[in-house]
Design a protein around this ligand. Structure first.
Ligand code: ADP
Ligand code: ASP
Ligand code: MG
Length: 440
């Protein structure tokens, strides 16, 4: 079985949805198709949820009406048979009525939001199934709520996913195409939850790993992983091949084409991940697999929203127990650390989740003096930085002579060099690195 995931733009219009069905049809063998919501829908549903949570009923109803009108148009354009159009419109009304029922309801606002944003994927997969069935495909819609689960720490419950999805596949021997929702799942309490923005990639990887798929294909709006962020840099180019380690670093450090955690399940199960362009299906794309990494820098990504915390010890730094004390504070607040650098007098580290920043700073002040810097970005250079690539770091630093660097991490792994800079300098840094490192 292959797992094929199509992102928001890929299912963003009736004609794109038909193109997705063509791509799926042309791929041999059984497949699981994982869909995102139509592009724009998740954002719009967040807006609806915000209106509802803030008692702006009129605005919520107006936006819901606009969305219903949009989806009814999609159903008319996508489906040929009147009966199917009517069934699709009934489904659309039902989902938006469910959303409207959240007005004035007495549940935590975070749950209201999760219930509402989940409907985007429910809508796209149902519409796609109507279309596939009209085309005569042997297709089955599988609800993500029947197998995709996360635990108290918001980590996927691999055993549940593997067992439940395996059973669903085994019970539907005649099905050629399984269709399911990306992004959405159930929490440990059995409530509607999600795998965070962009999470459909993660769903696809989790399913692919669970069933030991032949391949996971991530179909999107670009021809694979580029050497640099195409949203900020011109003249980027697509990479033919990446190792799991490189791809994992790039995804984690901001390459939006992949959800930050999405490479991990595939890497663990050794299932290759192909990145493909829905709008240029013949372009080679990028294959992510176990492979040797050529020396030097291969690709650059940037992650925003970084906060750096510097702790200067009151006692001698690096006296034993000091770092343990520092890390304990972050553990207490379940806040993960992205990058660390040390000197004799201080340790600097970065976080992206600032939910508990005030409490963390307060506790750290018991160990040392604390300074906090916000609005930072991590620039991640992925590639091969082992001995055989000596000299690879000089073009990096030569490119950045005009940009103040707050932290540097080299040697943490053989596959990554990271720098922390002010976010306002990010674009300039990415462009300079594209020129200095890749000559473009
Ligand atoms: P989807 O909706 O299909 O999940 P996304 O918008 O999440 O698509 O991801 C695709 C986008 O990722 C591209 O359009 C591109 O702008 C952005 N992107 C950022 N960094 C990279 C990179 N290194 N290579 C390719 N695309 C990237
Ligand atoms: N629809 C969700 C989002 O917009 C998930 C995804 O697209 O992967 O974040
Ligand atoms: Mg995405």
């Amino acid at each position: 079985m292959k797992v094929l995931k199509f992102g928001g733009t890929s299912v963003g219009s009736p004609s794109s949805i038909k193109e997705v069905a063509n791509i799926v049809r042309n791929i041999e063998g059984k497949k699981t198709v994982v869909l995102s919501a139509m592009s724009g829908t998740t954002n719009a549903l967040h807006e609806v949820a915000d209106y509802i949570i803030n008692y702006k009923e009129e605005e919520a109803n107006q936006l819901i009406d606009d969305l219903i009108a949009k989806y009814v148009d999609v159903a008319h354009e996508l489906l040929n048979e009147k009966e199917n159009q009517e069934a699709a419109i009934a489904l659309i009304s039902d989902r938006f009525e469910y959303i409207r029922e959240h007005v004035g309801i007495e549940i935590p606002s975070s749950q209201i939001e999760k219930n509402i944003v989940a409907q985007g994927e429910v809508l796209s997969t149902n519409l796609f199934i109507f279309h596939l069935k009209e085309e005569g495909a042997k297709a089955t819609l599988v609800s993500a709520f029947d197998f995709m689960a996360i635990d108290e720490a918001n980590e996927p419950v691999i055993s549940k996913i593997t067992e439940a999805y395996g059973e669903i596949v085994a019970a539907n021997t005649n099905t050629e195409i399984f269709v399911t929702q990306g992004y959405i799942c159930l929490s440990h309490r059995g409530k509607i939850d999600n795998l965070k923005r962009g999470g459909s990639d993660y769903s696809a990887s989790l399913i692919g790993a669970a069933i030991k798929a032949e391949e996971i294909q991530i179909w999107t709006d670009i021809d694979g992983m580029h050497n640099n962020d195409p949203r900020f840099v011109e003249n980027t180019f697509s990479l033919k091949e990446l190792s799991f380690d490189e791809a994992a670093e790039l995804a984690y450090f901001g390459a939006k084409i992949l959800h930050p955690q999405s490479v991990i399940p595939a890497r663990k199960a050794n299932v290759p991940v192909m990145l493909k362009n829905t709008f240029e299906p013949n372009a080679a794309g990028t294959i992510i697999k176990n492979c040797d990494v050529p020396a030097g820098v291969r690709a650059i990504a940037a992650k925003d929203g970084i906060t750096a915390i510097k702790i200067k010890s009151y006692r001698m730094l690096m006296a034993y127990g000091f770092l343990k004390g520092v890390f304990q504070v972050f553990e207490n607040y379940k806040t993960s650390i992205d990058m660390i650098t040390t000197s004799e007098v201080a340790v600097s580290l970065t976080i992206d989740d600032t939910t508990h920043l005030n409490e963390i700073v307060k506790e750290l002040e018991e160990i040392g003096s604390v300074e906090v810097d916000t609005d930072l970005s991590i620039i991640c250079l992925a590639g091969n930085f082992t001995e055989e690539s000596k000299g690879a770091s000089s073009p990096i630093f030569n490119s950045l002579t005009n940009i103040p660097i707050r932290m540097i991490s080299y040697g943490g792994s053989n596959y990554n060099v990271s720098l922390v800079i002010n976010t306002e300098n990010k674009k300039e840094a990415l462009v300079a690195l594209n020129k200095g490192v890749f000559g473009r």
